[in-house]
Design a protein around this ligand. Structure first.
Ligand code: BGC
Ligand code: BGC
Length: 633
């Protein structure tokens, strides 16, 4: 239909002038708004350039709205019905909360995340999203994933290299679903076992977290963050989360979690800060702020508002050059005046805010603070540069969409073998009269207790859902199944109601029900760290009749002294995760008992806080205790 060239040439000059004017106008507009065609050739898109140059180039092209968008992290349920906001507001990050186990297969996760990612790529500058999840002991939101022992068990194993291998597998099983970022490791130092997050800690001694942080961060992040087996790691929660005093929490019915940590600055540095230095030295890409407050003598300051600890200490002194992310609604907790809370948090050094629901409110609030000059553009540029640096390192600009190559290996035999190794290494033998353990496997065994045949209990919180569940959705092997694999004869009766006749040895597996965070704080009749009535009855019945071993499945020490009459052997199994057979390995002598207590074991929970080195230290079992056995093959 178009006019032929000779015809065009015969058009009057006025048309030529109009055409030229239009071209000039178009280029002026092009210069003003930087259309995609320009962005496509922009140097930030050039993988051959150093990351710092790409960041600078991109930052120079961004509007203030786009910058604030990058600092915004929304939860999936918040954008599910409004996905167009991702491109429109330039949202920089998404996460799914602990209870958002959204899909059953890696491919379905990847398809969902890719769907959101395509929205982000449609934004003016096409800046990809970074997607985060709490893969704190394996990818707990993915049913087929291997679930490792929670950190307390890894700490009991006293083997940072092994912990690093578990992190590398978690990374691979997580990246294969399209997720780029895990909110782990918790390098928290649990000073009071009543804390509901004790199991997320490697133990009460900062030496453990100091040793573990490096190998675990390197395990997650790999040699190359852009590899399809690596995820960005998060050292959390900065700082002093494990030092809060009983009764200081003001969140719901929490007792310790999110409370106040009162100590001198020297103590804070030695007990809680030092592990962050290890994480920073290992190149950790992000740090999450603690809900807790720190009182160094001048009254409590919320960690989310603590410019001294975030700006001066973490970013200055420790040399952290990744980005700082808030905790879930952590900024809201600073105070009732939201504008003041946002201003305080960003000025204190928080780079990305896990909003996670009312993201438009966060964006308009921060924009107003910038407009008024209360938050400087330099601060915003610093925050965004930190975030973009990690996105470039993750290779997201080159490969924004999921690479599910690793999906085939999710929950593989090889991965489960490492988990089983970690479980076996984490078992702590606390009592072993007459060398009852290891068993030969030829005994007629009687197995009871609430932890024997419950995948959910052995996994604990952050498994399938935030709080975890007694009925698990994961694939795995219970302790009972592990015992049955080896033992010639096993009678199982959870409540020990079956007759004991003929049994040589009893094994009673007592357990805590799953919990997470402050919901699991113990005391005041909440989770009480006590043996349940049913488990206590099982111990009485079984151990009163035959030689017996008690195995404790728990995230922390429990009050057990009064149940130990007649108990010949006692084992702390922690929260082993999906590979319960690892508990059976030292039990039958395939491996040695070699774990050691990473926390002091109190007689009663009122003895907490109880830590090695305390004056009048009188634990039931001291920090570091662990009887050894030889592997018998
Ligand atoms: C927890 C964090 C977690 C975040 C996202 C918060 O409640 O304190 O550890 O990473 O939620 O699920
Ligand atoms: C979410 C968790 C989050 C918690 C904070 C839960 O609903 O699933 O991820 O840590 O809320 O309170």
């Amino acid at each position: 239909m178009g006019a032929s060239l000779p015809a065009l040439l015969r058009r009057p000059a006025i048309l030529w002038i109009a055409l030229a004017a239009a071209l000039v106008a178009a280029s002026v507009i092009a210069l003003l708004v930087v259309p995609r065609s320009d962005a496509d050739e922009a140097s930030y898109r050039d993988p051959a350039l150093p990351v710092a140059e790409r960041v600078e180039d991109l930052l120079g092209r961004m509007t203030i709205e786009e910058k604030v968008g990058q600092m915004t992290q929304a939860a999936v349920p918040a954008v599910e019905d409004t996905p167009a906001d991702i491109a429109e507001l330039g949202i920089g990050s998404l996460l799914n909360g602990g209870s958002d186990a959204l899909h059953d297969t890696p491919e379905d996760w990847a398809a969902m995340i890719d769907g959101f990612q395509r929205r982000a790529l449609d934004s003016r500058l096409g800046i990809p999203l970074v997607y985060g999840i709490d893969a704190v002991h394996g990818n707990g939101a993915l049913p087929g994933a291997v679930i490792f022992p929670h950190n307390i068990g890894l700490g009991a194993a006293h083997d940072p290299e092994l912990a690093g291998r578990t992190a590398a597998i978690t990374a691979a099983e997580t990246r294969a679903t399209g997720v780029h970022w895990t909110f782990a490791p918790c390098v928290c130092v649990a000073r009071d076992s009543r804390w509901g997050r004790t199991y997320e800690s490697y133990g009460e001694d900062p030496g453990l977290a100091i040793e573990y942080a490096g190998p675990v961060v390197r395990g997650f992040q790999g040699e190359d963050l852009a590899a399809n087996t690596s995820v960005l790691a998060t050292a959390k929660h900065y700082v002093g989360d494990g030092g809060t005093a009983y009764g200081t929490s003001t969140t719901e019915d929490y007792l310790l979690d999110q409370g106040v940590t009162t100590l001198t600055e020297d103590e804070l540095r030695q007990l809680h800060l030092a592990p962050f230095q290890s994480a920073v030295d290992a190149g950790v890409g992000s740090v999450m702020v603690s809900y807790s407050s720190t009182d160094l003598g001048d009254g409590p300051v919320k960690a989310h508002a603590d410019g001294y600890l975030l700006n001066d200490v973490l970013k200055g002194e420790l040399g952290f050059d990744g980005f700082v992310v808030s905790d879930w609604q952590g900024v809201d907790q600073i105070g009732d005046d939201y504008a003041e809370a946002v201003r305080t948090a960003i000025n204190a050094g928080i780079d990305m805010v896990m909003v996670p629901f009312e993201y438009e409110r966060f964006i308009t609030t921060l924009l107003a603070e910038i407009e008024s000059g209360a938050v400087s553009e330099d601060r915003i540029d610093d925050a965004v540069a930190r975030i973009l640096t990690q996105k470039f390192a993750l290779g997201l600009f080159e490969r924004p969409l999921a690479d599910t190559t690793g999906a085939a290996d999710v929950g593989s035999e090889a991965h489960r073998a490492v988990a089983r190794e970690a479980v076996a290494a984490s078992q702590v033998l606390l009592r072993n009269e007459n060398d009852l353990l290891p068993l030969t496997g030829d005994e007629r065994l009687y197995v009871a207790g609430s932890g024997a045949d419950s995948l959910g209990r052995q996994m604990g919180g952050w498994s399938g859902s935030w709080q975890g569940t007694v009925e698990s959705v994961h694939d795995g092997t219970t302790l009972l199944a592990g015992i049955q694999e080896t033992a010639a004869s096993v009678t199982y009766s959870e409540k020990a109601t079956e007759p004991l006749e003929g049994a040589d040895v009893g094994i009673v597996v007592v357990a805590e029900d799953p919990y997470a965070e402050g919901v699991g704080d113990a005391g005041a009749g909440k989770h009480d760290m006590r043996v349940s009535e049913a488990d206590a009855a099982a111990i009485d019945h079984v151990c009163g009749a035959v030689d017996c071993a008690v195995i404790v499945v728990s995230g922390r020490p429990i009050e057990i002294e009064s149940h130990l009459d007649g108990v010949d052997a006692l084992v702390a199994a922690w929260l082993p995760g999906s590979e319960g057979a690892g508990v059976a390995d030292p039990l039958f002598g395939r491996t040695a008992y070699d774990g050691r207590l990473p926390v002091s074991w109190p007689r009663v929970l009122e003895d907490e806080p109880l830590n090695v080195g305390d004056p009048d230290y009188d634990p039931l079992f001291p920090f570091g205790l662990g009887l050894r056995t030889e592997a018998t093959g």
